[in-house]
Design a protein around this ligand. Structure first.
Ligand code: TYM
Length: 331
């Protein structure tokens, strides 16, 4: 049995990228492994330092975890800030993380371009906080999308460095995980890049979206002028639409439009109509369960309290051991 840890930032509702990159794996792993799935609210402050409704955002992700099929009896579902032991491990790991390696991190470089007036130390040390999340449970598997690969590599570096510096074999080496083997990157609807909550209006399809909103977003998705010769290579925008179809539609539907493309008979409007229908069909059960669970205040609170207790118990054990390894002693 592996120990599994993963988290999602509460900076917006969950979208199909979160689902296919992470959540889908959480659900399949909870049956076999010792799983800790959390809501990364500390991390969200690196980009959203003064959120309007932090608690509401955290609650929404917890509801969406439950609606997607996470079972609080099988996996430990908790809120990162409910386990402040994480921040103590973050402090220890920061002592052995070097500015140079943090500055070279791709996500840091992206963020300093995106938020030039808020290049805070939390952004720079984002990977050490993420390493603390993972190492606090001494995890071996971390289900994430492709964008988190480098963070996992840094987590291994920090864990190994700790072991070397204090001459122990304490932290195992966690591996990024996707049950389909390859880590995935789900594209957005605006023609380039990944689906993301901060990638612009209309780029992401959320599990909680109403059908009409999905239809509008999909119909506005960026396309091109169409193929002019058989089997022409697809532009990025078109590859993206096909990739989205691959994850939500039946294989025959995908093959049908692929054939139309390859024979220059494709009508993107028809393809997008079909994609919208399939996305609505895919998301509808989620949307319905999100609404039902969200109205059950007592249940949501109970899940959060239960998760806090279980996560804290394990985290406190790690912190006790780490303090001892470093050499802190009680008087
Ligand atoms: P976040 O909140 O950006 O995204 C949560 C998860 O969703 C995946 N994901 C995607 N996968 C495929 N295609 C996409 N378009 C897409 N968009 C998002 C992400 O890879 C991620 O798995 N740093 C993390 C949160 C975190 C964490 C951790 C994860 C904090 N501590 C410890 C694992 C372990 C993040 O920002 O994810």
């Amino acid at each position: 049995m592996e120990t599994v840890v993963s988290g999602i930032r509460p900076t917006g509702n969950l979208h199909l990228g979160n689902y296919f990159g992470a959540l889908r794996n959480f659900i399949s792993m909870q049956n076999e492994h010792n799983c800790y799935f959390f809501i990364a609210d500390y991390h969200s402050l690196t980009t959203h330092p003064t959120p309007q409704d932090l608690h509401g955002n955290v609650r929404q992700i917890l509801v969406e975890y439950l609606a997607a099929g996470l079972d609080p009896e099988k996996a430990t579902l908790y809120v990162q800030s409910d386990v402040p032991e994480v921040s103590e491990l973050y402090l220890f790991l920061n002592m052995n993380a070097y500015i140079g390696e943090l500055e070279r991190c791709t996500s840091f470089k992206d963020k300093i371009r995106q938020q030039q007036n808020n290049i805070n130390a939390g952004l720079l040390t984002y990977p050490t906080l993420m390493a603390a999340d993972i190492l606090i449970h001494r995890a071996t598997k971390v289900p994430v999308g492709k964008d988190q690969e480098q963070h996992l590599e840094m987590t291994r570096t920090f864990g190994n460095r700790f072991n070397r510096m204090y001459n122990v074999e304490y932290f195992p080496e966690p591996q990024a995980f996707n049950f389909g083997q390859e880590l995935v990157k789900i594209p957005g609807l605006n023609g380039s890049g990944k689906m993301g909550k901060s990638e612009g209006e209309g780029n992401a399809i959320f599990l909680a979206d109403e059908p009409e909103d999905i239809r509008k977003k999909v119909m506005k998705a960026v396309t091109d002028a169409g193929p002019t010769e058989p089997n022409q290579a697809k532009t990025e925008a078109i590859q993206n639409i096909f990739q989205l179809m691959k994850v939500v539609s039946a294989p025959e539907t995908y093959d049908f439009f692929n054939e139309k493309y390859n024979t220059c008979q494709i009508r993107y409007g028809d393809m997008k109509k079909q994609l919208a229908v399939d996305m609505i069909q895919f998301t509808t059960p989620f949307r319905e369960r999100i609404k039902a669970i969200s109205s059950d205040e007592a249940y949501v609170s109970k899940v959060a309290r239960m998760g806090k207790e279980k996560a804290q118990e394990n985290a406190a054990k790690t912190i006790r051991e780490v303090r001892e390894i470093i050499g802190f002693k009680a008087f």
